[in-house]
Design a protein around this ligand. Structure first.
Ligand SMILES: Nc1ncnc2c1ncn2[C@@H]1O[C@H](COP(=O)(O)OP(=O)(O)OP(=O)(O)O)[C@@H](O)[C@H]1O
Ligand SMILES: [Mg+2]
Length: 378
């Protein structure tokens, strides 16, 4: 029996929940030839939504769709590698003619990918060191996209990453190619709303005014709980509406966390028993216990000041004015400057995140499970 609550990998269509409006908007916008900026808090469902859009028949049948998550990249070399590898992977199942077309454009990588001379099967063996001139290879990639047999949609996930590259003017370089393209639409996605909106909304920036923007929010409670109850029902099991509502409310509907709790409830609870609220709470306890070891080892690597700052943020849930005397006093922290210092390390390590609210930064622990574990443990 398949667990209908997918928490990793690509979600098969029957187990994908809602996003009807967002999907329709994205399809329409892409069909109207606009590029898109898609932002959301982490783990709200951006990547799954992009995959879902690519599965829509009007997209699937008429476009080549590419998806590259560039989060692990830290240079233009790596980005070029990721983009070319994705195009290769999409074209291989399309057959020899499609792949040959791409290979013909990528002269700068000739020899590192194409066909294995011994077996004749497609192979991709590009190493970072093979990319001698990333600008040139990038240009070849974009020329290919412009000449491909079908219109293309290229989703670049965690796009804010390009601002971290050591090469200068990557934004301007990309923009200069993209603005002349007619055959390829781009979806730029990412969770760092602050950096992304600055890239696209500041008049001095190369990408200024080049996209239609959308910010992905939680799935509505009504729709999500109905989906969850229905998934249990289809497996001939019962999830009480109050229990579905509790799972949703525990995380204010933050998709991944709610989904994870229901995944485990489905996996580990007695299938004969009705799932009520107490079972949701004990399932959550189980998750926190299981993840606790990892959280504990992360905590162990922090300095005392970082740790106490993180604990204070977890206890506040949404923490404001962290460097104020009042906050420092309330949580018995060392000093405003020690908090300031700890904050920047915690942000770099992505253990905390923030959103802007009327010019003040509101901090929270990035992982909601970790936040709950800290509150329980300290
Ligand atoms: N529409 C959906 N239906 C069912 N589950 C979903 C849906 N959207 C998201 N999820 C659940 O939330 C998880 C996270 O989704 P996804 O990876 O798309 O988020 P994200 O916004 O891209 O996160 P990150 O910022 O970490 O990359 C999925 O693995 C899945 O468990
Ligand atoms: Mg993602």
């Amino acid at each position: 029996m398949v667990n209908p609550f997918f928490i990793t990998g690509i979600i098969p269509e029957p187990y994908f929940c809602d996003r009807d409006k967002e999907t329709a908007w994205l399809v329409k916008t892409l069909e109207n030839n606009a590029h898109v900026l898609l932002t959301s808090p982490r783990r709200m469902g951006k990547t799954q939504l992009i995959r879902h859009v690519f599965e829509q028949p009007c997209i699937k049948d008429n476009y080549y769709t590419f998806y590259a998550d560039i989060y692990p990249t830290s240079s233009l070399h790596e980005m070029v590698l990721f983009l070319s590898k994705e195009i290769y992977a999409v074209l291989v199942p399309r057959g020899k003619a499609a792949l040959d077309h791409f290979i013909a454009f990528l002269r700068s990588l000739a020899g590192s990918f194409g066909y294995n001379p011994a077996t004749g099967t497609p192979s991709f063996d590009v190493k970072l060191g093979d990319i001698h001139s990333p600008e040139l290879t990038l240009e070849e990639i974009f020329r290919y996209l412009e000449q491909a047999e079908k219109p293309c949609i290229f989703a670049i996930d965690e796009f804010q990453q390009i601002t971290q590259y050591p090469e200068k003017n990557v934004e301007a370089l990309l923009r200069s190619y993209i603005q002349n393209m007619n055959n390829c639409r781009f979806i730029y996605a990412g969770s760092n709303r602050h950096i992304l909106e600055n890239m696209f909304n500041a008049p001095a920036k190369p990408f200024y005014n080049s996209v239609e923007q959308t910010h992905l929010d939680r799935i509505s409670k009504d729709v999500y709980t109905r989906f969850a109850i229905d998934q249990f029902r289809q497996a001939k099991r019962t999830l009480k509406p109050e229990a579905a509502a509790l799972a949703y409310d525990l995380f204010e509907g933050h998709t991944y966390y709610v989904h994870h709790v229901l995944h485990n409830a489905f996996a580990y609870l007695d299938p004969e028993k009705v799932v009520a609220e107490d079972a949701i709470l004990s399932t959550l306890d189980g998750i926190l216990e299981e993840k606790g070891r990892t959280f504990a080892s992360i905590m162990n690597r922090l300095t005392y000041q970082q740790k106490e700052t993180l604990i204070a943020i977890a206890k506040e849930r949404k923490a404001r004015s962290l460097t104020s005397v009042a906050f420092v006093k309330k949580h018995a922290l060392k000093s405003p400057s020690s908090v300031q210092y700890a904050l920047s390390t915690l942000l770099d390590a992505q253990l905390i995140t923030y959103e802007d609210d009327k010019k003040t930064k509101v901090y929270s622990v990035a992982d909601r499970f970790m936040e709950m574990w800290i509150v329980k443990t300290y």
